[in-house]
Write a protein that binds this ligand. Structure first.
Ligand code: ZN
Length: 103
């Protein structure tokens, strides 16, 4: 983890982001789910729609369990959680410098 260069794409685990998504949205319903009427539910499919990626991309991410730094940054912002709140110290150690005032 401590060595990376321009050719290395660091990734972030998708699990804490999914957890944040589930915290903020109602459980997916078998029938008449809000996600079939343009709303958002806790499903990964609904998250995919919200962040603007295809279902196949989302399923690849779920299989690998990882997302790219760009996705991590964008998806967290779309969900409304600062990336450093999702990935904590891992975000601070990443290539992305969070906009935090160091106390
Ligand atoms: Zn749903």
């Amino acid at each position: 983890m401590s060595h990376y260069n321009a050719l290395t794409v660091e990734t972030f685990p998708i699990a804490p982001l999914l957890a944040a998504w589930r915290d903020r949205n109602p459980e997916h319903q078998q029938s008449r789910c809000t996600c079939t009427q343009g709303g958002c539910c806790a499903s990964a499919e609904s998250l995919a729609r919200r962040v603007g990626v295809s279902h196949s991309t989302m399923h690849r991410r779920l299989r690998s369990g990882q997302i790219t730094p760009d996705e991590a940054d964008q998806w967290a912002c779309i969900i409304g959680v600062p990336p450093h709140a999702v990935w904590r110290d891992d975000w601070g150690r990443s290539l992305y410098e969070p906009d935090l005032e160091v106390i």
